[in-house]
Every structure is written in C-alpha cells, then in structure tokens.
Write a protein that binds this ligand. Structure first.
Ligand code: RIB
Length: 302
C-alpha cells in the first residue's frame, strides 16, 4: 500500500539526562536519571503519523552503527515504510544530547551524523514515494538544500506540504514560502522567523500574519499550554490546549504535527485535525522521552 504521508528528515538517538534544573555554563550538575531512546524530529513525526492512524514512509539517513540499526528498527516495528531510510557507511548516526529539568523544560544539542548527508539526490531516488503521497512533511534537521528541493518538489506534485521550521535560527529563504501549505513554528521559532517576540495570542497572530505576508499558505503556531493559533488569509482561530500535568515536553511538537497530518489523511477537517494533534501531544507530554511518549490512536478518547 502506498503511504499517504512522507516524512523527509532526521533520525537521532536521544541521550536523555534528567536533573532538578538545567546546568549553567561551566557547571557540573548531578543528575537523577539517564536513558537512551529513539528520536529525531523527522522520525518522531513519522512515528506519530503511524501510531495515530496514518500510513507513512520515511526518507532519511542513519549511520552504520548500533544506533543506526536501533533507529531503523524503531520505525520498522511501527509499520513505517523504511525503503527510504539509508545507512551511510563510515559515519555515525545523528544524536541528541537532551537535559530535562523538574519543570519539564529541556535543552537539546544535536550532532547531525548521517542526517547531514541527506542530499536532494538521496530524496529524489525515492520520488515514487513523494508522487504517491498526499502530505509531505519536512523539518530543519537535514541540509537546507534538501529541504528546499523537497518543498519545491512537493509543490510541483500538488501535494499538501508541511514545514515544521525546527530548529529555527533565523528567517527562512524567501523562495520557500510559496511551496508551503502549513508552516508550524512554536513560539521561539515564530520569533526567529519573523522577529516578532511571541508571548501571547496577540503576538502569535502578528507573527502568523507576517509569515502569511511572506507567502506561507497557512500558519499554525503552537504555544504549549496556551494551545495553538491557526492564522490564514481569512482570519485566525485559537485552539486551547487540553490541561495536563507535564513530565517531559520532548517531541510534543512532533506528536502534534504527526497527529495533524494523520488527521488530514484520515479525512478530518483542518480544525478537527488540529484538535486531534493537540490531544495526542497533550498525552505525550505526560510521558518521558521522544518516541516512547507518542500515543497510539486507541489511547485517545473518541
Ligand atoms: O523534537 C524533539 C527531537 O528533537 C528529539 O527527539 C531530538 O532528537 C531532537 O531532534
């Protein structure tokens, strides 16, 4: 069966330390626990689509190491089409060093490894997957020219193109916007893309309108406990977040995006798909780790 969603992006092994608080510069801080789990924004989003009822294929790279084999297997056991997950010889797999504090805040350092070798040509090899898909999702943990190529190809093929601009360090190239149906930054990413400090719904709306002016089709700004704001040329709509006690917010955004995409390909209306993604993300923040925290469809109340 052809996958309805294709994710082009990163796979990382997450090395997670929990501590009471995040360390300051130069400080050695005793931690409380350590675990290693599959992650990476691209792979997390693919897992979220699969667990939440969508068929999905992943295009990305791992290194020829134990982490790479584990990352590949983590997707395979979810029923994800992994023909586009390639093992790069002589490089390590991507890793993410994550610290989570008692307030469930995190900070993350990523080392790209094989993710850094995902070229436009490597994606082009799997053009049949893109052609068969309804929705194509990219993030920013693989090389910029690869994201640019994939967005343009998605538009050329007439697919729904979602860009999760994470991690964002500054404005996006101007010629990307016309290829994006849904741009999905969080608060800090929206600020990096627009220069508008996003702290509340009003500032989120202004950032969203700026991104529309730049050419994005629609913008969904995720605001953590404040919910999500959909900004379109017709206006804006706020979606409040379900109230939960957070344990670890890692991959909450990925779960939202995967749930949103799964909802779209399952035929939900746009607003219903946003609410569905939010419900999945809310459950994910009550659990530790990236991929282990992503819920299955059966866990979400109807
Ligand atoms: O979005 C969460 C992800 O960001 C983690 O799984 C980590 O790998 C980093 O890519």
């Amino acid at each position: 069966m052809n996958a309805k969603v294709v994710v082009v992006g990163s796979l990382n092994m997450d090395l997670v330390a929990r501590a009471q608080r995040l360390p300051r510069a130069g400080e050695t801080l005793p931690g409380e626990s350590f675990f290693t789990v599959p992650g990476g924004k691209g792979a997390n989003q693919a897992v979220a689509v699969a667990r939440l009822g969508g068929s999905v294929a992943m295009i990305g790279n791992v290194g020829d190491d134990d982490y790479g084999r584990q990352l590949h297997r983590a997707l395979y056991v979810e029923g994800i089409d992994c023909q586009g997950v390639i093992t790069c010889q002589g490089v390590s797999s991507g890793v993410a060093l994550i610290t989570v504090d008692a307030a469930s805040q995190n900070c993350i350092v990523i080392i790209p490894g094989g993710n850094g070798l995902l070229t436009p040509q490597s994606v082009q090899r799997f053009d049949a997957l893109l052609q068969a898909a309804e929705v194509i999702i990219c993030q920013l943990e693989v090389p910029t020219d690869t994201v640019a190529w994939t967005l343009a190809r998605g538009r050329e093929l007439g697919k729904q193109v979602i860009l999760n601009p994470a991690p964002a360090t500054g404005p996006l190239p101007a010629d990307w916007f016309a290829h994006i149906d849904y741009l999905t930054p969080n608060e800090s990413e929206a600020e990096a893309l627009t220069g508008v400090a996003v702290a509340d719904l009003d500032s989120a709306r202004r950032a969203g309108e700026r991104l529309l002016q730049l050419g994005a089709g629609k913008v969904i700004i995720t605001l953590g406990a404040q919910g999500a704001l959909l900004v379109t040329p017709e206006g804006h709509q706020h979606f409040p977040a379900p109230l939960v006690q957070p344990l670890d917010t890692t991959a909450a955004g990925d779960t939202f995006i995967g749930g949103f995409a799964a909802g779209l390909v399952r035929g939900l209306e746009e607003g219903e798909a946003i609410t569905f993604g939010q419900r999945a993300a809310a459950l994910s923040v009550t659990r530790a780790g990236a991929q282990p925290s992503i819920p299955y469809l059966a866990e979400l109340a109807p």
